[in-house]
Design a protein around this ligand. Sequence first.
Ligand SMILES: *[C@@H]1O[C@H](CO)[C@@H](O)[C@H](O)[C@H]1NC(C)=O
Ligand SMILES: *[C@@H]1O[C@H](CO)[C@@H](O)[C@H](O)[C@H]1NC(C)=O
Ligand SMILES: *[C@@H]1O[C@H](CO)[C@@H](O)[C@H](O)[C@H]1NC(C)=O
Ligand SMILES: *[C@@H]1O[C@H](CO)[C@@H](O)[C@H](O)[C@H]1NC(C)=O
Ligand SMILES: *[C@@H]1O[C@H](CO)[C@@H](O)[C@H](O)[C@H]1NC(C)=O
Length: 465
Amino acid sequence: MRYGISRRKRSSVRWFLILCAAFTFISWLLLNLRSVDAPHLTTTADGAMLDLPAQLALRELRDAFFSSSAQPPTKSPAKNCATVEEMGKVFEGKILKETRRVRSIIQRHFSINGAPRIRELPPEQFCKHGFVIGKASEAGFGNEMYKILTAAALSIMLGKYPFGDYILYSNLTFTLREVKHLWRQHGCVENYGRHLVMRIDDFEKPAKTNALCGNWRTWPQPIIWYQGTTDAVGAQFFLKNIHPDMRDAATELFGRPESLQWRPNVFGELMSILISPSRDVEEAVNWVLGGGREPDITLHMRMLMNRSIRAAQAALYCLKQATSNLQLGSRPRVVVVSDTPSFVKSIVPNISGFSEVLIFDYELFGGNVSYNTDASKNLDFRVKDWGPAPRWVAFVDFFLASRAKHAVISGAHKRVGTTYAQLIAALAAANSLGENSTSSSFSFLSSFQSNLLAEGLNLQVGWGH
Ligand SMILES: *[C@@H]1O[C@H](CO)[C@@H](O)[C@H](O)[C@H]1NC(C)=O
Ligand SMILES: *[C@@H]1O[C@H](CO)[C@@H](O)[C@H](O)[C@H]1NC(C)=O
Ligand SMILES: *[C@@H]1O[C@H](CO)[C@@H](O)[C@H](O)[C@H]1NC(C)=O
Ligand SMILES: *[C@@H]1O[C@H](CO)[C@@H](O)[C@H](O)[C@H]1NC(C)=O
Ligand SMILES: *[C@@H]1O[C@H](CO)[C@@H](O)[C@H](O)[C@H]1NC(C)=O
């Protein structure tokens, strides 16, 4: 990518502001980001991941882009960057239908395997049943939620619930405690010789995980823990499993890896059936909405305490484009959330010129959740990652942000596509897909600033942050 110094002023706007990559589909965001940026990455630490269908996706993306710019009706010069529309084009197609299909698979699965039914099984059948756990610790919200969603995607029952003060988990799930209790009550060990043992598969150790080579459907252990799956990728590894029935099961859920048109919003659909805000959190969300209509767009900025002007400009540009592309009319409602409160203060005046800005200022809110302090836990070491606000604020922001009806925009100072923003977009997209709607136009946009384009994501740590 070259930067013309002579044309600086005018093209700086273009280069600066950049590329808004439209990914209508969340479960593929990471894979595609990786592949698009793969040439910039010098590290081989994640080498094991590179042979994923992402390569195919990339090819498809390139084909779509080049074929659309290869025979231009006008004599426009060759471009180095795709526009939002061009990047998103390849994701169009069957998404709506696919998401509906997956929604009904998930509903069917839970009606058969959900806790209410399993709880009532006679001992003989109960003791034969298998469980998957998504264990929780004190990592960030996005990472923990992905652990649960991966477990849910894998077979679909949970262990200990994280964030219980702020999130309600649907009745469809078990706690490990209840499984233990029922196991004892039904005498699974005495009567059927089944010990409640757990098989752990560690996704974080690529040489050890059986995600690609094991036939998990035949594993005899009652509990499987697919450990360390902190992003959208863990569950999708099964698309590459060597056993056809594992692979087929994954394909049923995630779509055919070789075709981007078949990308259902799996994580969004899972979340919408599994989680909801606690009453306290919902009270705060409603306080922000003030009885007005639902927000149109969410802008999430992961700034890591930085107030990079470039990131702000890129995000503003992206927001303006989205507003005009979506034809939202005058003054759309825009939710702004960030890990860096001072950044929000600085960007709000620029946004409020053309939209109504909704932010959750926790210092002004006196609802019940405000009194729920995590003071006992010293989480200072997370401040750089999570921001200085009390932890519960992130839950209010999350559920507020996921109310957006049309688009979620992810902006960042040195990284893109945080797990937090992905999950917001996935849930918002699932929420916006009505029971009977015939079209869905939900967009997830990533705003890159010039540094990210020039240097790639070599400062990116992990997959999604
Ligand atoms: C769980 O089920 C009970 C009774 O069926 C219902 O009242 C309650 O709202 C449900 N809770 C959740 C989180 O779905
Ligand atoms: C913000 O990021 C820019 C670019 O990476 C860097 O030059 C600057 O020092 C950072 N500022 C702060 C306050 O971290
Ligand atoms: C926001 O508006 C102010 C005042 O017009 C301007 O100085 C600043 O550069 C704008 N910020 C961005 C990121 O465009
Ligand atoms: C807040 O707490 C009070 C006292 O416990 C309770 O009466 C009220 O219903 C709570 N409000 C919400 C929205 O949960
Ligand atoms: C969706 O369509 C079905 C069948 O036409 C109807 O019974 C149902 O009420 C509709 N749901 C909504 C939310 O409109």
